[in-house]
Design a protein around this ligand. Structure first.
Ligand code: ADP
Length: 161
């Protein structure tokens, strides 16, 4: 059984993340969306909020579960018996960093493989930080995130629409 993890901050989850989850869940037997509890990063949404937003959007996909983790990804993967890391590649700029991390993880645990899916062209420009930036100025984020998240995102910036 091939259990994979799709790790990230998901702050907030975007259409790009959803596309990645839908596509990668068809390749592996089980996909765990791993929400990173990074205390060094000041996140817009709490860990619990991010986990429940992802659950809302993935509950209909039977082989996808959502969990949070902190510490080293390879250590968490041992805990849950996962051997595959799924990451998205948007542009050349992602590549250098992703390659370095993938190779480091493989050195840490040779059983761990990273697979990369190229971004759906529709979402290649999209990142959580772009969503946060636009939302903070009251910009239109309806093309970036599911409708049910929009109010919650604006509320973080005290914007009522
Ligand atoms: P991180 O904080 O590690 O960058 P993110 O939550 O931003 O985590 O992203 C998690 C994963 O989703 C990464 O592999 C990233 O490349 C991928 N990703 C982010 N945005 C998109 C997108 N628009 N299309 C496809 N993959 C994406």
């Amino acid at each position: 059984m091939k259990r994979a993890i799709y790790p990230g901050s998901f702050d907030p989850m975007t259409f790009g993340h959803i596309d990645m989850i839908e596509r990668s869940s068809k390749i592996v037997d089980e996909l765990v969306v791993g929400v990173l509890n990074n205390s060094a990063k000041n996140s817009l949404f709490s860990l619990d909020e991010r986990v429940s937003m992802i659950k809302e959007m993935t509950s209909s996909i039977p082989n996808v579960t959502v969990a949070s983790f902190d510490g080293l990804l390879v250590d968490y993967m041992k805990e849950i018996d996962a051997t595959i890391i799924v990451r998205g590649l948007r542009a050349v700029t992602d590549f250098e960093y992703e390659l370095q991390i993938a190779q480091t993880n493989h050195v840490e645990n040779p059983d761990v493989e990273t697979i990369f899916l190229t971004t759906n062209l529709k979402y290649s420009y999209l990142s959580s930080s772009v969503v946060r930036e636009f939302a903070s100025y009251g910009g239109d984020i309806s093309k970036f995130v599911p409708e049910q998240f929009i109010e919650r995102i604006y509320a973080k910036y005290n914007i009522i629409k």
